[in-house]
Design a protein around this ligand. Structure first.
Ligand SMILES: CC(C)(COP(=O)(O)OP(=O)(O)OC[C@H]1O[C@@H](n2cnc3c(N)ncnc32)[C@H](O)[C@@H]1OP(=O)(O)O)[C@@H](O)C(=O)NCCC(=O)NCCS
Length: 162
């Protein structure tokens, strides 16, 4: 099933989200980020916190432009999660180095935001490690504001869902 954003920027009309499937996972695995960004793709906390997430609550999509897989998002959507920050939480997101800065990340985040709003959740969250080449500036420009830190020092950002 494909999804499109309701308020899609006209310049992005060819951008689609597809569910992660056996037919596109290979192409998703071949995405590569810019040098220096690799360590931000999976922060420490993410590899330690495994129990709150299950296949039942995972929301995984690839972004496709002109039949090319250009981005991947893995989020958790669980209105009943014990920890508020994990109810609508972006777990992993990355965009191929060749197309970063062209709206793909925003597109995937806003799509997840719509899904979260539809599930009755009023905000989405993401966590990232601060530092050189960190995605923090991109998340801030997309509209996330810092709401705290994990016990391992990653920044937790939140964005009102809509
Ligand atoms: C973070 C990431 C997903 C953003 O995706 P993207 O497609 O490049 O983002 P967009 O093009 O939608 O840009 C959104 C905003 O962030 C800005 N931006 C994007 N990359 C940026 C960067 N490296 N530094 C500063 N600003 C950046 C854009 O200019 C845009 O701002 P604007 O709307 O004011 O012009 C992408 O840079 C990425 O894959 N990074 C490496 C992996 C990573 O760190 N993932 C996060 C794990 S928590």
């Amino acid at each position: 099933m494909n999804e499109t954003l309701s308020a899609l920027d006209p310049s992005l009309r060819a951008m689609l989200l597809e569910e992660l499937t056996s037919g596109n996972i290979d192409r998703a695995n071949q995405l590569s980020v810019k040098p220096g960004q690799e360590k931000f793709v999976l922060p420490v906390t993410y590899s330690l916190i495994v129990t709150p997430f299950s296949p039942m609550t995972s929301w995984q999509r690839v972004a496709v432009v002109d039949d090319q897989v250009v981005g991947f998002i893995h989020a958790n959507l669980d209105p009943n999660a014990a920890v508020d920050e994990y109810r609508a939480c972006i777990w992993r997101i990355y965009v191929d180095a060749a197309v970063q800065g062209q709206g793909v990340g925003s597109f995937m985040i806003h799509a997840f935001s719509e899904v979260a709003a539809g599930a009755g959740l009023d905000r989405i969250t993401v966590m990232w490690e601060p530092g050189l080449d960190s995605p923090g500036e991109a998340f801030h420009r997309i509209g996330f504001t810092d709401i705290g830190r994990t016990e391992y020092g990653e920044i937790i950002g939140a964005l009102a869902s809509s």
